[in-house]
Design a protein around this ligand. Structure first.
Ligand code: ADP
Ligand code: ZN
Length: 803
């Protein structure tokens, strides 16, 4: 006898799936993983069958209305992976599945019936057929029901069974407006600096808009100008009216990688690569290999050979990269090796395109996927390999529920599907190195692939090193200056890292000492120029720079701390001949602008590339011979257990961009803490030395990977309510720990280091212990944690930061 009921997960924050009766006509299609249409109150929405059962639920159940796909949308192992995520991170299964399956495959009442032909008998089925014919062959099922004033699902399903109609689920209409984008472009020739004072006299908003456009290379989308830079629409319109700029519609580049030249792989592996390739091929299915290879050791080529190996065995592969926009080189190498086998999943895809890519993979028409975090859910058939490149990157952690870490999901999925997992990095995470053991094999590439050694790194002590006088407040040592001068003279390229965007970090009154804070977040506002303003990097709050101190009225205000905009201005004055490019959130949030900048660097049209951590990742430019870290201490003293780890990774990674070509290279790191182990080890390219010290620090008090953490963040608009709720949460956890004698520490409640974001006060409770008892608390808390009105509790297991 077939089971009579199906449990259906809905894309709603419900703790449990709903139970529905399976009508006889659908028994063969209603299987775990299938999409079904079910009634929820007055709506018909799409859910995923998670389980079948014979046991009738207590109350009256409604019927599943339809199962539109001939084959379940979700393969069994992906459903299993989703179950693991939901359980491990304490997220509802429906919400988890929503991030697994592309958005376009969900939807409300958008099942379309499409008349195929064949004989249709009379009765209701006949009426449905006649209606469809009148409508030119297809219509939404909901519309048929409205027209015939009767429920029609049963008749429609019958017609589908005999092949008279085909059902499909239409994407919700989210694509409108994506195809073209309104762009403003400066007219040439651009007025000279001296003309501007007259041109923009008493029109500061226009001048700001003008200079912002100029800074963005002459053009930008209206959306970017308004949303990211907060420029007034009127000012832009005025520029257009005065003939200084024009507006036009530009097609949004749908496949930004289509025109990127593919890169052919190197002819032969080095001996170390050959050994690594063999070691990965020998890794038993379901096990992991940690590819610990120094920067420039040729890890990508090893990945490619591993992919080639599984493809030749008839399997498929997933390659995860931290941020696809920042790694066009990896994409082009994968495409260079496997051409049309490759599906690239990137944020520029429309919902429809993403769903198309999903189906192509599901059918096995493409077997290799490259993508960021969510590509871990790609329905690759017969999965043989998962590569996680730069596995230490925190962007693999999802920032909303389900708060999964793609690297850890990859491990689960690899075990379920008997695929090999490869975790690659020059600066592996403490978590990954801690796991090395029986099913976690360490594979090394200790040297660079080319003839060049790792570049020497010089630490310059900013407390004592002579500085260039004209640099003013900017930390710019004579050492770094001399190296830049020399590199430019040799016509080589320079990379300068300053991990702080904006012009200056804070605005402070020298008389009363007050610093402008965000009114909605407990963080100081960053000073920006072009367009000028004080901006909050957490919530986007934006206000004009006040003419005098709002607290004491003092007319002079001082800027402190240097951002990329100020660095750029200094460099333009110091090296007037050099061609500069700046890469940070302010210059790149227009689509694919990263790639435009990197392409220019690749073509040799840029002499100095400066930017935030964006320039530290994965870039492979042989003509970059000098890397300078302007201020290595920007993240070193954050009150977070990963502050040293992040600093080490950032400095070691950016240092690894130097000297990749025949001319070699060098690195200059400016810091006030040259003796700090994160910097001392980064300067020696000594990842193991760093990890040893870091692990020792994380023993007492224990932090990951020595102990696991769950961060419970309690937030709300009323401070006292939040504090009370935090006390309640911590009591509840402590009660559970006591009642079940769990080896878990309940730390807090305490205000978060960033005590307020977007007008919400934040407190947290941290649970610390081994994975097993923490897991029990998480599962229990997911359903039972007490709720308080006006307060939200977010549960973050294995948090990447505690700020
Ligand atoms: P990683 O990711 O380990 O930092 P990449 O994969 O970017 O290193 O490789 C660094 C450089 O070395 C690239 O330019 C690549 O083309 C080159 N390379 C890699 N393997 C070989 C090889 N076997 N022979 C010659 N060049 C190689
Ligand atoms: Zn803010």
């Amino acid at each position: 006898m077939s089971p009579g009921y199906g449990l259906v997960a809905l894309p709603l924050p419900l703790a449990q799936p709903y139970t529905y009766r399976i009508p006889d006509s659908l028994t063969d299609r209603v299987v775990p993983g299938a999409r079904v249409v079910v009634p929820v109150r007055q709506r018909e929405i799409i859910g995923i069958v998670t389980e079948l059962t014979d046991i009738p639920p207590g109350r009256e159940t409604r019927d599943i209305l339809s199962a539109p796909d001939p084959e379940p949308a979700l393969p069994e192992q992906l459903l299993e992976t989703a179950r693991w995520i939901a359980g491990y991170y304490g997220a509802p299964l429906g919400v988890t599945l929503k991030s697994v399956l592309p958005a376009a495959m969900w939807g409300e009442s958008r099942v379309i019936a499409d008349l195929v032909g064949g004989a249709i008998s009379g009765g209701l089925a006949g009426e449905v057929g006649a209606y469809l014919e009148r409508k030119g062959g297809e219509a939404p099922v909901a519309a048929i029901a409205r027209a015939l004033k009767r429920p029609v699902w049963e008749a429609v399903n019958r017609l589908a069974r005999v092949g008279a109609v085909r059902l499909r689920v239409d994407a919700p209409h989210t694509e409108a407006g994506l195809a073209t984008e309104r762009v403003v472009r400066l007219a040439d020739p651009v007025p000279h600096l001296s003309e501007r004072d007259t041109l923009f006299k008493r029109r500061p908003a226009q001048r700001a808009a003008f200079e912002a456009l100029e800074e963005l290379g002459g053009s930008a989308s209206l959306r970017h100008l308004a949303e990211q830079l907060g420029l007034s629409r009127q000012a832009v319109a005025a520029l257009v009216e005065r003939g200084l700029a024009r507006e036009e519609d530009v097609a949004v580049h749908r496949d930004p990688f289509r025109d990127v030249p593919v890169t052919p792989p190197p002819p032969a592996p080095t001996p170390a690569q050959a050994e690594a390739i063999r070691a990965i091929a020998d890794t038993p299915p379901g096990d992991a290999a940690v590819l610990f290879g120094v920067t420039g050791s040729g890890k990508t080529f090893v990945y490619l050979e591993a992919v080639r190996h599984v493809l030749s065995a008839g399997s498929g592969a997933i390659i995860l990269v931290p941020e696809i926009a920042l790694t066009p080189q990896t994409v082009s190498r994968v495409r260079g090796a496997f051409g049309d086998e490759v599906a690239v999943l990137h944020s520029g895809l429309s919902d429809g395109e993403r769903a198309d890519a999903w189906r192509t993979l599901r059918r096995g028409e493409r077997r290799v996927v490259v993508g960021a975090r969510s590509a871990i859910f790609a329905p690759v058939r017969n999965l043989g390999l998962i590569v996680v490149d730069e596995e230490h990157e925190s962007s693999y952690k999802n920032g909303e529920a389900p708060r999964y870490h793609a690297r850890d999901v990859a491990l689960v999925r690899a075990r379920l599907e008997k695929a090999t997992l490869v975790l690659g990095s020059a600066t592996p995470s403490p978590e990954t190195m801690h796991r090395v053991g029986p099913r976690f094999h360490l594979v090394r590439l200790p040297e660079r692939a080319g003839a060049q050694p790792l570049p020497p790194v010089e630490l310059v002590d900013l407390r004592s090193a002579p500085r260039l006088r004209e640099a003013g407040a900017l930390p710019w040592s004579e050492r770094l200056d001399a190296e830049v001068v020399a590199a430019l003279a040799r016509r080589e390229q320079v990379l300068l890292l300053l991990n702080r965007r904006g012009f200056a970090t804070i605005l402070q009154c020298p008389a009363c000492g007050s610093v402008r804070q965000c009114p909605r977040c407990s963080i100081s506002l960053t000073v920006h120029q072009a367009p000028s303003g004080l901006r909050c990097h957490y919530c986007g709050h934006d206000e004009p720079i006040p003419p005098a101190c709002p607290d004491c009225g003092n007319a002079v205000q001082r800027m402190r701390g240097v951002g990329t905009q100020q660095l750029e201005r200094f460099l333009a004055a110091r090296f007037p001949e050099a061609r500069l490019a700046r890469m940070d959130l302010d210059t790149t949030s227009a689509r694919w602008s990263h790639q435009a900048i990197l392409d220019r660097v690749g073509r040799g049209e840029v002499d100095i590339l400066l930017g935030t951590q964006m320039i530290a990742k994965g870039l492979d430019f042989p003509n970059v011979t000098l890397v300078g870290v302007v201020d290595a201490d920007t993240g070193l003293h954050l009150p977070d257990f990963r502050a040293a780890e992040r600093t080490f990774q950032l400095v070691a990674q950016v240092a690894g961009r130097a000297g990749r070509g025949p001319r070699g290279g060098r690195v200059v790191v400016q810091t006030r803490s040259p003796e700090h182990y994160a910097l001392a080890t980064a300067a020696r390219h000594d990842a193991e030395g760093f990890l040893a010290t870091e692990l020792a620090h994380r023993r007492e008090p224990p932090y990951p990977p020595v102990a696991s953490l769950v961060n419970l963040v309690i937030s709300g608009e009323e401070e006292t309510k939040v504090a009370d709720a935090a006390v309640e949460v911590s009591r509840w956890c402590a009660g559970l720990v006591l009642a079940h004698r769990l080896a878990v520490d309940v730390l807090g409640p305490a205000p978060c280091a960033i005590g307020r974001i977007k007008a919400r006060w934040r407190w947290h409770v941290v649970l610390r212990g081994e994975g097993e008892p923490l897991g029990r608390i998480v599962r229990y808390a997911a359903e039972r944690l007490p709720e308080a009105p006006g307060v939200r509790v977010v549960m973050d297991r294995d948090p990447v930061s505690l700020l």
